[in-house]
Design a protein around this ligand. Structure first.
Ligand SMILES: Cc1cc2nc3c(=O)[nH]c(=O)nc-3n(C[C@H](O)[C@H](O)[C@H](O)COP(=O)(O)OP(=O)(O)OC[C@H]3O[C@@H](n4cnc5c(N)ncnc54)[C@H](O)[C@@H]3O)c2cc1C
Length: 388
């Protein structure tokens, strides 16, 4: 089904990604199973499929940044491989800050390699004591001569083990809340950076802790102006946030497809269980909720591609609704599968665990609601003022 009349180019892209995902990535995802590693074979197929190109401007070898294509790709990838989906997202999260705020030198140094997949990236914002409350981060960057010395810990950093580089956010000015945060590019392997993989999530994920201990980065690694890091972090999320919703749509669609197939074949009391309204109504609810989420996600992506400056509310609505929707849909899918639905090794059981993660990362559901509420209250006040 189509929304917002995808352009011809987007339609061709969707077909291409779908073939790449189903014919090439899915068999690899099955071969590697639930590993937390990012298999190079999967990355290679993503490179060949040109998937990283949709995140970067043409002048650096990309196809031009496209939120709609990013959502299309995440929807298709999440149906077959969480690793592939997260790898694409992290390439955007680590690469887009460079697109937004990088100097010519930084762009020339990193973007062509990110487009080609010669470098994989990550985005390191969260700390042990600061997740939703970004202003509460305590890692520091102190300027000494022509270097910045970084100290502090980052936690829950996706693809952090496999990544070759990342963008991190540290305090460069005390007592200034989010106005005292700066963004830095770092490379894995730099002296003073320890990457450890002590965390194990409920679904497969290369997730790490980073510890910067007197880690000296050249001043050229500062991204944007000093103390502009919060803005860079948030503007990056404006592109990526609605695409989390797209990945959740992929997860939910995969659960619906499995449920349609299973309920048409599984018989109880002499007939396929899909003949019973209790089951068919579930399928109807699942399909309707998935389409509702698609409308929100592609609306936000479409606005972004049209160059609308701030799409914070639309992006948060898309992320909030689609990720919660996937939780409800996958839960119904598990119920339709009966005991097989809760059996380890069943696709639907894996999807149930995978659907849980996006409700937490890139802003929890509660934080999305805070953002939406703030925006609608502000809009209401402005309308009131205009009417006076
Ligand atoms: C799979 C996964 C991948 C991740 N990848 C990355 C990554 O690559 N890079 C990165 O930097 N981080 C990453 N994270 C971290 C993620 O962004 C944080 O976990 C998230 O922002 C929430 O922070 P927290 O876990 O510290 O929870 P907290 O902020 O401590 O929140 C705990 C609970 O309190 C609620 N809460 C907090 N404040 C409020 C409020 N004001 N009003 C109402 N409720 C509130 C939250 O919604 C949540 O339910 C990842 C997390 C996961 C699970």
């Amino acid at each position: 089904m189509e929304f917002f009349a995808f352009t011809d180019e987007e339609k061709v892209f969707k077909g291409k990604v779908r073939r790449c995902a189903r014919e090439r990535i899915k068999p690899l995802a099955q071969k590697y199973g639930e590993t937390d590693d990012v298999p190079q074979e999967i990355v290679d197929v993503m490179i060949e499929g040109g998937l990283f190109r949709i995140l970067f401007p043409k002048e650096y070898g990309g196809d031009g940044v496209s939120a709609v294509k990013l959502c299309i790709a995440r929807e298709e990838l999440a149906q077959v491989s969480l690793i592939a989906d997260v790898t694409l997202a992290m390439q955007g999260l680590g690469g887009y800050p460079v697109v937004l705020a990088g100097t010519q030198e930084q762009k020339k140094k990193y973007l062509p390699k990110l487009v080609r997949g010669d470098l994989l990236s990550t985005y390191a914002l969260t700390e042990p004591a600061a997740g939703s409350d970004v202003a509460g981060i305590v890692a520091t960057g102190v300027k000494k001569g022509n270097q910045y010395v970084l100290n502090g810990k980052k936690r829950f950093i996706s693809n952090g083990f496999r990544a070759d580089m990342g963008v991190t956010f540290v305090k460069t000015k005390e007592d200034m809340g989010n106005k005292g945060i700066s963004a830095f590019i770092y490379e894995n392997g730099v002296e003073g950076l320890r990457v450890s993989r002590r965390l194990k999530l409920m679904a497969l994920h290369d997730i790490v802790e980073l510890e910067f201990k007197n880690c000296r980065l050249p001043a050229e690694n500062l991204l944007g102006e000093e103390n502009d890091g919060f803005k860079i972090a948030m503007r990056t999320l404006d592109l990526l946030r609605m695409s989390v919703g797209a990945a959740s749509i992929g997860t939910a669609q995969a659960a619906l497809d499995l449920s349609i197939e299973f309920s048409s074949q599984r018989r109880a009391f002499g007939q396929p269980i899909s003949n019973y309204q209790a089951i068919s109504f579930k399928l109807a609810e699942m399909a309707t909720e998935i389409d509702a989420a698609r409308l929100l996600v592609y609306r936000a992506a479409d606005l972004k591609d049209k160059g609308i400056e701030r799409i914070t509310k639309e992006s948060s609505m898309a992320k909030y609704y689609a990720t919660e929707m996937a939780g409800r849909v996958v839960d119904k899918a598990v119920q339709i599968h009966g005991a097989l639905g809760v059996t380890c090794g069943m696709d639907v059981e894996r999807l149930f665990r995978e659907a849980r993660l996006p409700r937490v990362y890139e802003g929890t559901t509660e934080i999305q609601k805070l953002v939406i509420a703030n925006m609608i209250l502000k809009e209401a006040k402005m309308t009131e003022k205009k009417q006076l």
